[in-house]
Design a protein around this ligand. Sequence first.
Ligand code: KE4
Length: 440
Amino acid sequence: MPPNTDSKAPTSRNDVLFERAKRVIPGGVNSPVRAFKAVGGTPRFVQRAQGAYFWDADGQRYIDYIGSWGPMILGHGHPAVLEAVQKAALDGFSFGAPTEREVDLAEEIIKLVPSIEMIRLVSSGTEAAMSALRLARGATGRSKIIKFEGCYHGHADALLVKAGSGLATFGNPTSAGVPPEVVQHTLVLEYNNLAQLEEAFTLHGKELACLMIEPIAGNMNFVRASVPFMKRCRELCTQYGALLVFDEVMTGFRVALGGAQSVYAQLIPGFEPDMTVMGKVIGGGMPLAAFGAKKDVMQQLAPLGPVYQAGTLSGNPVATACGLATLRELQKPGFYEALGARTQSLVAGLTQAAAKAGVHFCGDSQGGMFGFFLLGQLPQNYATVMTTDSPAFNKFFHAMLDNGVYYAPALYEAGFVSAAHTAADIEETVDAAARFFSTR
Ligand code: KE4
Protein backbone atom coordinates (compact mmCIF):
# COMPACT_ATOMS: atom_id res chain seq x y z
CA MET A 1 0.00 0.00 0.00
CA PRO A 2 1.40 3.46 -0.86
CA PRO A 3 1.83 5.64 2.25
CA ASN A 4 -1.35 7.48 3.16
CA THR A 5 0.00 10.96 2.42
CA ASP A 6 -3.28 12.70 3.20
CA SER A 7 -5.06 11.60 6.40
CA LYS A 8 -8.27 13.03 4.95
CA ALA A 9 -8.03 10.88 1.80
CA PRO A 10 -11.70 10.64 0.62
CA THR A 11 -11.23 7.12 -0.67
CA SER A 12 -10.04 5.86 2.72
CA ARG A 13 -11.98 2.92 4.13
CA ASN A 14 -11.48 4.63 7.49
CA ASP A 15 -13.76 7.42 6.26
CA VAL A 16 -16.32 4.94 4.96
CA LEU A 17 -16.30 2.98 8.21
CA PHE A 18 -16.44 6.14 10.31
CA GLU A 19 -19.53 7.37 8.42
CA ARG A 20 -21.16 3.95 8.93
CA ALA A 21 -20.18 3.87 12.57
CA LYS A 22 -21.56 7.35 13.27
CA ARG A 23 -24.97 6.21 12.09
CA VAL A 24 -25.25 3.53 14.77
CA ILE A 25 -22.76 4.37 17.56
CA PRO A 26 -22.65 7.80 19.27
CA GLY A 27 -19.74 9.67 17.69
CA GLY A 28 -18.86 6.47 15.85
CA VAL A 29 -16.87 5.17 18.80
CA ASN A 30 -17.32 3.21 21.99
CA SER A 31 -15.07 5.51 23.98
CA PRO A 32 -14.90 9.27 23.30
CA VAL A 33 -11.14 9.78 23.00
CA ARG A 34 -11.07 7.42 20.00
CA ALA A 35 -13.11 9.84 17.90
CA PHE A 36 -10.16 12.20 17.18
CA LYS A 37 -12.43 15.08 18.30
CA ALA A 38 -9.51 16.92 19.92
CA VAL A 39 -7.15 16.56 16.94
CA GLY A 40 -9.62 16.44 14.05
CA GLY A 41 -9.52 14.07 11.11
CA THR A 42 -10.70 10.48 10.76
CA PRO A 43 -9.98 7.80 13.34
CA ARG A 44 -8.07 4.81 12.04
CA PHE A 45 -10.16 1.64 12.13
CA VAL A 46 -7.80 -1.13 13.19
CA GLN A 47 -7.98 -4.30 11.13
CA ARG A 48 -5.25 -6.21 12.92
CA ALA A 49 -2.21 -5.68 15.14
CA GLN A 50 1.04 -7.52 15.70
CA GLY A 51 4.00 -6.61 17.90
CA ALA A 52 4.54 -2.84 17.89
CA TYR A 53 2.25 -2.25 14.90
CA PHE A 54 -1.30 -2.16 13.75
CA TRP A 55 -2.77 -1.96 10.25
CA ASP A 56 -5.79 0.21 9.52
CA ALA A 57 -8.74 -0.37 7.19
CA ASP A 58 -6.61 0.79 4.24
CA GLY A 59 -3.85 -1.64 5.12
CA GLN A 60 -1.65 1.25 6.30
CA ARG A 61 0.85 0.25 8.99
CA TYR A 62 1.36 2.36 12.13
CA ILE A 63 3.90 2.17 14.91
CA ASP A 64 1.51 1.96 17.87
CA TYR A 65 2.35 4.17 20.89
CA ILE A 66 -1.10 3.73 22.46
CA GLY A 67 -1.17 -0.05 22.83
CA SER A 68 -4.84 0.00 23.82
CA TRP A 69 -4.06 2.86 26.28
CA GLY A 70 -1.52 0.77 28.18
CA PRO A 71 -2.47 -2.93 28.32
CA MET A 72 -0.34 -4.12 25.38
CA ILE A 73 3.01 -3.82 27.18
CA LEU A 74 4.34 -7.00 25.52
CA GLY A 75 3.22 -5.83 22.09
CA HIS A 76 0.24 -7.19 20.20
CA GLY A 77 -0.18 -10.94 19.80
CA HIS A 78 2.58 -12.16 22.10
CA PRO A 79 2.77 -15.92 21.43
CA ALA A 80 2.73 -17.02 25.09
CA VAL A 81 -0.31 -14.83 25.80
CA LEU A 82 -2.10 -15.93 22.64
CA GLU A 83 -1.55 -19.58 23.53
CA ALA A 84 -2.84 -19.06 27.08
CA VAL A 85 -5.98 -17.29 25.82
CA GLN A 86 -6.70 -19.92 23.14
CA LYS A 87 -6.30 -22.72 25.68
CA ALA A 88 -8.49 -21.02 28.27
CA ALA A 89 -11.20 -20.31 25.70
CA LEU A 90 -11.39 -24.00 24.82
CA ASP A 91 -12.13 -24.75 28.51
CA GLY A 92 -14.99 -22.25 28.61
CA PHE A 93 -15.60 -18.51 28.31
CA SER A 94 -17.35 -17.74 31.58
CA PHE A 95 -18.84 -19.64 34.47
CA GLY A 96 -20.06 -17.22 37.13
CA ALA A 97 -18.30 -19.52 39.56
CA PRO A 98 -14.84 -19.45 41.13
CA THR A 99 -11.87 -20.81 39.20
CA GLU A 100 -8.30 -21.71 40.18
CA ARG A 101 -6.91 -19.17 37.75
CA GLU A 102 -8.52 -16.27 39.61
CA VAL A 103 -6.66 -17.41 42.71
CA ASP A 104 -3.45 -17.77 40.69
CA LEU A 105 -3.80 -14.19 39.40
CA ALA A 106 -4.69 -12.77 42.82
CA GLU A 107 -1.68 -14.51 44.38
CA GLU A 108 0.59 -13.24 41.55
CA ILE A 109 -0.47 -9.60 41.99
CA ILE A 110 -0.17 -9.81 45.80
CA LYS A 111 3.32 -11.32 45.41
CA LEU A 112 4.37 -8.38 43.20
CA VAL A 113 2.64 -5.54 45.09
CA PRO A 114 3.49 -5.88 48.82
CA SER A 115 1.01 -3.21 49.94
CA ILE A 116 -1.84 -5.49 48.82
CA GLU A 117 -2.87 -8.38 51.10
CA MET A 118 -6.21 -9.11 49.41
CA ILE A 119 -7.64 -8.20 46.03
CA ARG A 120 -10.97 -8.23 44.19
CA LEU A 121 -11.03 -8.69 40.42
CA VAL A 122 -13.47 -6.68 38.28
CA SER A 123 -13.86 -5.88 34.57
CA SER A 124 -12.77 -2.27 34.09
CA GLY A 125 -10.73 0.48 35.71
CA THR A 126 -13.90 2.48 36.25
CA GLU A 127 -15.48 -0.39 38.12
CA ALA A 128 -12.33 -0.86 40.20
CA ALA A 129 -12.06 2.84 41.13
CA MET A 130 -15.78 3.09 41.86
CA SER A 131 -15.62 0.01 44.09
CA ALA A 132 -12.47 1.24 45.82
CA LEU A 133 -14.20 4.51 46.60
CA ARG A 134 -17.24 2.75 48.05
CA LEU A 135 -14.99 0.49 50.09
CA ALA A 136 -12.99 3.45 51.45
CA ARG A 137 -16.22 5.15 52.50
CA GLY A 138 -17.61 1.94 54.00
CA ALA A 139 -14.41 1.08 55.83
CA THR A 140 -14.01 4.56 57.36
CA GLY A 141 -17.66 5.48 57.80
CA ARG A 142 -16.84 8.81 56.16
CA SER A 143 -18.20 10.37 52.95
CA LYS A 144 -15.81 13.07 51.81
CA ILE A 145 -12.96 12.37 49.37
CA ILE A 146 -10.12 14.27 47.73
CA LYS A 147 -9.14 13.91 44.08
CA PHE A 148 -6.95 16.07 41.87
CA GLU A 149 -7.60 18.17 38.80
CA GLY A 150 -6.27 16.37 35.73
CA CYS A 151 -6.48 12.93 37.31
CA TYR A 152 -9.02 10.59 35.75
CA HIS A 153 -10.32 7.58 37.63
CA GLY A 154 -12.94 6.33 35.18
CA HIS A 155 -16.47 7.58 34.76
CA ALA A 156 -18.19 6.70 38.05
CA ASP A 157 -20.47 9.61 39.00
CA ALA A 158 -18.66 10.64 42.18
CA LEU A 159 -15.41 10.97 40.25
CA LEU A 160 -16.67 13.05 37.32
CA VAL A 161 -16.09 16.31 39.14
CA LYS A 162 -14.20 19.56 38.74
CA ALA A 163 -12.91 21.92 41.35
CA GLY A 164 -15.44 23.97 43.26
CA SER A 165 -14.98 27.68 43.84
CA GLY A 166 -12.60 27.04 46.73
CA LEU A 167 -11.54 24.56 49.36
CA ALA A 168 -14.52 25.30 51.51
CA THR A 169 -16.81 24.33 48.65
CA PHE A 170 -16.94 20.91 47.11
CA GLY A 171 -16.88 19.80 43.50
CA ASN A 172 -19.21 20.42 40.57
CA PRO A 173 -20.08 17.75 38.00
CA THR A 174 -18.01 17.58 34.81
CA SER A 175 -20.70 15.59 33.06
CA ALA A 176 -24.40 16.03 32.40
CA GLY A 177 -26.43 13.43 34.21
CA VAL A 178 -24.40 13.67 37.41
CA PRO A 179 -26.58 15.32 40.08
CA PRO A 180 -24.66 17.98 42.10
CA GLU A 181 -25.46 16.15 45.31
CA VAL A 182 -23.48 13.13 44.07
CA VAL A 183 -20.24 15.14 43.91
CA GLN A 184 -20.89 17.35 46.91
CA HIS A 185 -18.53 15.19 48.98
CA THR A 186 -15.70 15.35 46.43
CA LEU A 187 -13.02 17.99 46.95
CA VAL A 188 -10.84 18.67 43.89
CA LEU A 189 -7.35 20.03 44.55
CA GLU A 190 -4.53 21.13 42.30
CA TYR A 191 -1.98 18.35 41.71
CA ASN A 192 1.34 19.01 43.46
CA ASN A 193 -0.14 21.93 45.43
CA LEU A 194 1.11 21.44 48.99
CA ALA A 195 -0.63 24.52 50.41
CA GLN A 196 -4.04 23.37 49.15
CA LEU A 197 -3.39 19.86 50.46
CA GLU A 198 -2.55 21.14 53.94
CA GLU A 199 -5.57 23.45 54.00
CA ALA A 200 -7.96 20.75 52.78
CA PHE A 201 -6.90 18.39 55.55
CA THR A 202 -7.06 21.14 58.15
CA LEU A 203 -10.61 21.96 57.07
CA HIS A 204 -11.92 18.46 56.34
CA GLY A 205 -9.35 15.87 57.42
CA LYS A 206 -11.56 14.14 59.98
CA GLU A 207 -14.37 13.76 57.41
CA LEU A 208 -12.20 12.29 54.65
CA ALA A 209 -12.68 8.66 53.63
CA CYS A 210 -9.81 8.77 51.17
CA LEU A 211 -7.51 10.71 48.92
CA MET A 212 -7.42 9.18 45.43
CA ILE A 213 -4.51 10.02 43.17
CA GLU A 214 -2.77 8.95 39.98
CA PRO A 215 0.82 8.75 41.32
CA ILE A 216 2.13 9.57 37.85
CA ALA A 217 -0.73 11.37 36.16
CA GLY A 218 -1.08 9.82 32.71
CA ASN A 219 -4.41 11.58 32.16
CA MET A 220 -2.66 14.91 31.93
CA ASN A 221 -0.08 13.36 29.64
CA PHE A 222 2.77 12.65 32.08
CA VAL A 223 3.00 14.59 35.34
CA ARG A 224 4.79 13.16 38.36
CA ALA A 225 3.63 13.85 41.91
CA SER A 226 6.62 15.53 43.55
CA VAL A 227 8.26 13.56 46.36
CA PRO A 228 7.44 16.21 49.02
CA PHE A 229 3.84 16.28 47.81
CA MET A 230 3.43 12.51 47.82
CA LYS A 231 5.15 12.25 51.22
CA ARG A 232 2.70 14.79 52.61
CA CYS A 233 -0.29 12.94 51.10
CA ARG A 234 0.86 9.85 52.97
CA GLU A 235 1.50 11.68 56.25
CA LEU A 236 -1.79 13.58 56.26
CA CYS A 237 -3.85 10.51 55.36
CA THR A 238 -2.20 8.66 58.24
CA GLN A 239 -2.67 11.58 60.64
CA TYR A 240 -6.38 12.00 59.87
CA GLY A 241 -7.30 8.34 59.28
CA ALA A 242 -8.10 8.73 55.58
CA LEU A 243 -7.10 6.01 53.11
CA LEU A 244 -4.44 6.85 50.53
CA VAL A 245 -5.77 5.28 47.33
CA PHE A 246 -3.34 4.89 44.43
CA ASP A 247 -5.02 4.70 41.05
CA GLU A 248 -2.48 2.55 39.22
CA VAL A 249 -4.79 1.52 36.41
CA MET A 250 -2.29 3.08 34.01
CA THR A 251 0.98 2.90 36.01
CA GLY A 252 0.51 -0.58 37.50
CA PHE A 253 3.08 -2.99 36.00
CA ARG A 254 3.63 -0.30 33.34
CA VAL A 255 6.18 2.01 35.02
CA ALA A 256 7.81 -0.74 37.10
CA LEU A 257 7.10 -4.33 38.13
CA GLY A 258 5.83 -3.01 41.48
CA GLY A 259 4.01 -0.09 39.87
CA ALA A 260 4.46 3.59 40.72
CA GLN A 261 4.24 2.79 44.43
CA SER A 262 7.52 0.89 44.15
CA VAL A 263 9.11 3.98 42.53
CA TYR A 264 7.95 6.18 45.42
CA ALA A 265 9.03 3.56 47.98
CA GLN A 266 12.58 4.02 46.70
CA LEU A 267 12.31 7.77 47.26
CA ILE A 268 10.26 7.79 50.48
CA PRO A 269 11.43 5.13 52.98
CA GLY A 270 8.62 2.75 53.95
CA PHE A 271 6.13 4.38 51.60
CA GLU A 272 3.03 2.47 50.58
CA PRO A 273 -0.58 3.40 49.76
CA ASP A 274 -3.52 1.96 51.70
CA MET A 275 -5.40 0.80 48.63
CA THR A 276 -4.46 0.26 44.98
CA VAL A 277 -6.65 0.32 41.89
CA MET A 278 -5.31 -1.58 38.90
CA GLY A 279 -6.33 -2.40 35.32
CA LYS A 280 -4.99 -2.36 31.77
CA VAL A 281 -1.72 -4.38 31.97
CA ILE A 282 -3.14 -6.88 34.49
CA GLY A 283 -5.65 -7.95 31.85
CA GLY A 284 -3.13 -7.97 29.01
CA GLY A 285 -5.75 -6.43 26.72
CA MET A 286 -8.77 -8.36 28.00
CA PRO A 287 -11.45 -6.75 30.24
CA LEU A 288 -9.91 -7.17 33.69
CA ALA A 289 -9.14 -4.77 36.54
CA ALA A 290 -8.79 -5.00 40.30
CA PHE A 291 -8.57 -3.19 43.60
CA GLY A 292 -6.64 -4.36 46.63
CA ALA A 293 -5.63 -3.35 50.13
CA LYS A 294 -4.77 -4.77 53.53
CA LYS A 295 -6.98 -7.60 54.81
CA ASP A 296 -8.82 -5.50 57.42
CA VAL A 297 -10.07 -3.15 54.70
CA MET A 298 -10.81 -5.78 52.03
CA GLN A 299 -12.77 -7.93 54.48
CA GLN A 300 -15.36 -5.16 54.69
CA LEU A 301 -16.49 -6.34 51.23
CA ALA A 302 -19.44 -8.66 50.61
CA PRO A 303 -19.89 -11.50 51.25
CA LEU A 304 -17.82 -10.95 54.44
CA GLY A 305 -18.66 -7.36 55.24
CA PRO A 306 -21.24 -4.61 54.70
CA VAL A 307 -19.80 -3.03 51.53
CA TYR A 308 -21.54 -4.52 48.50
CA GLN A 309 -19.66 -5.08 45.24
CA ALA A 310 -20.26 -7.68 42.51
CA GLY A 311 -19.81 -8.53 38.81
CA THR A 312 -21.06 -11.16 36.37
CA LEU A 313 -17.77 -11.37 34.50
CA SER A 314 -15.45 -10.54 37.41
CA GLY A 315 -12.38 -12.81 37.26
CA ASN A 316 -13.38 -14.03 33.81
CA PRO A 317 -11.44 -17.24 33.00
CA VAL A 318 -10.21 -16.08 29.59
CA ALA A 319 -9.25 -12.61 30.86
CA THR A 320 -7.39 -14.04 33.84
CA ALA A 321 -5.45 -16.36 31.50
CA CYS A 322 -4.46 -13.33 29.41
CA GLY A 323 -3.47 -11.32 32.50
CA LEU A 324 -1.49 -14.12 34.10
CA ALA A 325 0.45 -14.91 30.93
CA THR A 326 1.26 -11.19 30.62
CA LEU A 327 2.43 -10.85 34.23
CA ARG A 328 4.63 -13.93 33.87
CA GLU A 329 6.39 -12.41 30.84
CA LEU A 330 6.97 -9.13 32.70
CA GLN A 331 8.91 -10.93 35.43
CA LYS A 332 11.58 -12.20 33.07
CA PRO A 333 15.03 -10.81 33.98
CA GLY A 334 15.84 -7.47 32.40
CA PHE A 335 12.31 -6.81 31.11
CA TYR A 336 11.87 -3.36 32.66
CA GLU A 337 15.48 -2.32 32.18
CA ALA A 338 15.17 -2.94 28.44
CA LEU A 339 11.69 -1.39 28.23
CA GLY A 340 12.76 1.69 30.21
CA ALA A 341 15.85 2.20 28.06
CA ARG A 342 13.84 1.91 24.85
CA THR A 343 11.28 4.43 26.12
CA GLN A 344 13.99 6.82 27.27
CA SER A 345 15.63 6.61 23.84
CA LEU A 346 12.35 7.72 22.26
CA VAL A 347 11.95 10.73 24.55
CA ALA A 348 15.64 11.67 24.18
CA GLY A 349 15.46 11.38 20.40
CA LEU A 350 12.34 13.54 20.16
CA THR A 351 13.82 16.10 22.55
CA GLN A 352 17.05 16.34 20.56
CA ALA A 353 15.20 16.64 17.24
CA ALA A 354 13.02 19.44 18.64
CA ALA A 355 15.98 21.27 20.18
CA LYS A 356 17.85 21.10 16.87
CA ALA A 357 14.88 22.82 15.20
CA GLY A 358 14.44 25.32 18.04
CA VAL A 359 11.00 23.91 18.95
CA HIS A 360 9.80 24.03 22.58
CA PHE A 361 9.55 20.39 23.60
CA CYS A 362 10.06 18.45 26.82
CA GLY A 363 9.31 14.91 27.82
CA ASP A 364 9.58 12.39 30.60
CA SER A 365 9.21 8.66 31.00
CA GLN A 366 9.14 5.88 33.56
CA GLY A 367 9.38 2.26 32.45
CA GLY A 368 7.18 1.83 29.39
CA MET A 369 5.13 5.02 29.87
CA PHE A 370 6.08 8.42 28.46
CA GLY A 371 4.75 11.88 27.89
CA PHE A 372 5.83 14.96 26.02
CA PHE A 373 4.76 18.58 25.90
CA LEU A 374 5.28 21.34 23.35
CA LEU A 375 6.33 23.44 26.32
CA GLY A 376 9.66 24.76 27.62
CA GLN A 377 9.54 22.77 30.84
CA LEU A 378 7.69 19.86 32.37
CA PRO A 379 4.35 20.96 33.84
CA GLN A 380 3.49 20.20 37.48
CA ASN A 381 -0.28 20.51 37.21
CA TYR A 382 -3.24 20.41 34.86
CA ALA A 383 -3.55 24.18 34.33
CA THR A 384 0.03 24.28 33.03
CA VAL A 385 -0.46 21.24 30.81
CA MET A 386 -3.40 23.01 29.21
CA THR A 387 -1.27 26.02 28.25
CA THR A 388 0.09 23.80 25.46
CA ASP A 389 -0.55 25.22 21.99
CA SER A 390 -3.15 22.66 20.95
CA PRO A 391 -3.21 23.61 17.22
CA ALA A 392 0.55 22.97 17.18
CA PHE A 393 0.06 19.63 18.91
CA ASN A 394 -2.68 18.70 16.44
CA LYS A 395 -0.39 19.50 13.49
CA PHE A 396 2.31 17.34 15.08
CA PHE A 397 -0.15 14.53 15.69
CA HIS A 398 -1.32 14.49 12.06
CA ALA A 399 2.19 14.83 10.65
CA MET A 400 3.19 11.75 12.63
CA LEU A 401 0.00 9.92 11.69
CA ASP A 402 0.61 10.59 8.01
CA ASN A 403 4.07 9.09 8.51
CA GLY A 404 2.71 5.92 10.09
CA VAL A 405 3.27 6.87 13.73
CA TYR A 406 0.23 6.61 16.01
CA TYR A 407 0.28 8.74 19.17
CA ALA A 408 -2.59 9.48 21.51
CA PRO A 409 -5.07 11.78 19.71
CA ALA A 410 -5.14 14.25 22.61
CA LEU A 411 -2.41 16.37 24.21
CA TYR A 412 -3.43 15.32 27.73
CA GLU A 413 -2.84 11.61 27.15
CA ALA A 414 0.28 9.59 27.90
CA GLY A 415 2.10 7.35 25.44
CA PHE A 416 3.24 3.75 25.77
CA VAL A 417 6.18 1.74 24.45
CA SER A 418 5.98 -2.05 24.36
CA ALA A 419 8.65 -4.73 24.57
CA ALA A 420 8.04 -5.26 20.85
CA HIS A 421 9.14 -1.73 19.83
CA THR A 422 12.60 -1.95 18.26
CA ALA A 423 15.42 0.58 18.03
CA ALA A 424 14.54 0.86 14.34
CA ASP A 425 10.94 1.81 15.27
CA ILE A 426 12.25 4.51 17.60
CA GLU A 427 14.59 5.79 14.88
CA GLU A 428 11.76 5.88 12.32
CA THR A 429 9.61 7.78 14.83
CA VAL A 430 12.32 10.32 15.67
CA ASP A 431 13.11 10.85 11.99
CA ALA A 432 9.43 11.58 11.25
CA ALA A 433 9.31 14.03 14.16
CA ALA A 434 12.54 15.72 13.01
CA ARG A 435 11.03 16.27 9.57
CA PHE A 436 8.00 17.89 11.20
CA PHE A 437 10.03 20.04 13.57
CA SER A 438 12.20 21.29 10.68
CA THR A 439 9.08 22.80 9.10
CA ARG A 440 8.26 24.82 12.30
P1 KE4 B 1 -11.43 2.02 32.21
O1 KE4 B 1 -12.81 2.07 32.85
O2 KE4 B 1 -11.36 2.85 30.93
O3 KE4 B 1 -10.92 0.58 32.03
O4 KE4 B 1 -10.39 2.65 33.24
C1 KE4 B 1 -10.64 3.95 33.71
C2 KE4 B 1 -9.33 4.56 34.19
C3 KE4 B 1 -9.08 4.63 35.54
N1 KE4 B 1 -7.92 5.17 36.01
C4 KE4 B 1 -6.97 5.63 35.16
C5 KE4 B 1 -5.70 6.20 35.72
C6 KE4 B 1 -7.17 5.57 33.76
O5 KE4 B 1 -6.20 6.03 32.92
C7 KE4 B 1 -8.37 5.02 33.25
C8 KE4 B 1 -8.66 4.94 31.77
N2 KE4 B 1 -7.69 5.56 30.91
C9 KE4 B 1 -8.17 6.04 29.65
C10 KE4 B 1 -7.00 6.74 28.93
N3 KE4 B 1 -6.63 7.94 29.56
C11 KE4 B 1 -8.73 4.93 28.82
C12 KE4 B 1 -9.03 5.30 27.40
C13 KE4 B 1 -10.48 5.60 27.19
O6 KE4 B 1 -11.11 6.24 28.07
O7 KE4 B 1 -10.97 5.23 26.10
